[in-house]
Design a protein around this ligand. Structure first.
Ligand SMILES: [Zn+2]
Length: 347
């Protein structure tokens, strides 16, 4: 009989995973007892089990992992790398020998996990931080009838992507008779398409305000869109806000003050196949685009270097994490207990 592995001694469950249990929210130090271990086909070593003394439910170290209940956890980092590199879901499925449906479900699970991780790992921005905001346009399902606007907010010098989420907008631009007919058909099928871009912008700016706690002055750079000043004052407060605008007619070169946000948007279009122009890839629904944006943010902020010549990632530059992380390190511990979740870099 193989004795219990070393890891059994190392891992201490931080809480009872049963959310109805008293030891879930406020665990006492020795709320559990050891309860043997089990062997999993996808793990080289036995996995320790525990028993909660309060609710008498059993759980294991695996209960706290992000790949809890996955059949092929070994493919998660590969799939993440693939999706974060602009490869579509179907092609990723072919490359990894997974079914398209399995790939889709894995993508959603990974992305929901990364959304929590994105929110858990951030803190207050250091002094001297500043913001840039812009919107990029794309669509869900049909370019002619179902356009979307994505506000993107970054911290300027680190290129940390603070938030991006898609909002529905009304179809606009040149209207051919065929397009008018398509819009009428869409109206019958989905109802009136509301313009929710203001709401999305407000939410995105508030995500920035959440991180601006300690800043005495908030520098925000945008283009000259008329709705930005009001929304920015609402989010950051007019007292400390310094809002500079740049005409979007200026050439988008490195000399343009909005180069950092323009570059981030170009990166997003490159790394998210569904945002590429003239691409077959498309988001069928807005909520899946939002999930893909979370994958992009996680990859941009924690995995990729700020510039190719840098060693550090944007999140590292802001002091949110001690070092650059690999794809697999983003997918270690579950992040669904908010900031009390186990840190993804914990051993
Ligand atoms: Zn319990």
């Amino acid at each position: 009989m193989v004795g219990p592995p070393k890891e059994t001694d190392m891992f201490t469950p931080p809480r009872c995973p049963n959310w109805r249990c008293s030891q879930h929210r406020l665990p006492t130090p020795r709320f559990f007892s050891r309860h043997g271990h089990y062997l999993a086909r996808c793990r080289p070593r036995p996995i320790p089990r525990f028993l909660c003394r309060a609710c008498r439910r059993t759980f294991s170290r695996q209960t706290f992992r992000a790949d809890y209940r996955d059949h092929r956890p070994d493919l998660n980092p590969l799939l993440l790398r693939s999706i974060a590199s602009g490869v579509g879901l179907r092609q990723s499925a072919r490359n990894l020998h997974l079914s398209p449906r399995c790939t889709e479900l894995k993508f959603r699970k990974l992305a929901r996990h990364l959304r929590r991780l994105n929110l858990n790992l951030r803190g207050n921005l250091p002094a001297g931080s500043s913001f840039q905001l812009d919107e990029l346009e794309t669509y869900e399902a049909c370019r002619n009838t179902r356009p979307l606007s994505i506000p993107v907010l970054i911290e300027t010098s680190s290129r940390f992507v603070i938030w991006a989420e898609a909002a529905t907008i009304r179809p606009r631009g040149r209207m051919s008779p065929a397009r008018e007919r398509a819009i009428q058909r869409d109206l019958k099928r989905h109802g009136f398409r509301r313009d929710l871009s203001r709401r999305g912008l407000g939410r995105t700016l508030r995500r920035g305000a959440d991180l601006a706690g300690d800043l005495e002055r908030v520098q925000l750079d945008t283009d000259c869109k008329s709705s930005y000043p009001g929304l920015a004052r609402e989010a950051f407060g007019s007292k400390r806000l310094i809002h500079s605008t740049t005409s979007s007619k200026l050439p988008r070169t490195i000399a343009n003050p909005l180069f950092p946000i323009n570059q981030t948007e170009a990166l997003a279009r490159d790394l998210m196949g569904r945002l590429r122009r003239e691409s077959w890839l498309v988001s069928k629904k807005r909520r899946f685009l939002d999930l893909a944006l979370q994958v992009f943010m996680a990859y941009r902020n924690y995995v990729r270097r700020r510039f190719n010549r840098d060693k550090a990632s944007p999140a590292q530059m802001l002091g949110f994490v001690p070092r650059r992380m690999a794809e697999g390190e983003l997918l270690t511990w579950r992040q669904d207990w908010g900031r009390d979740s186990i840190h993804p870099l914990a051993g």
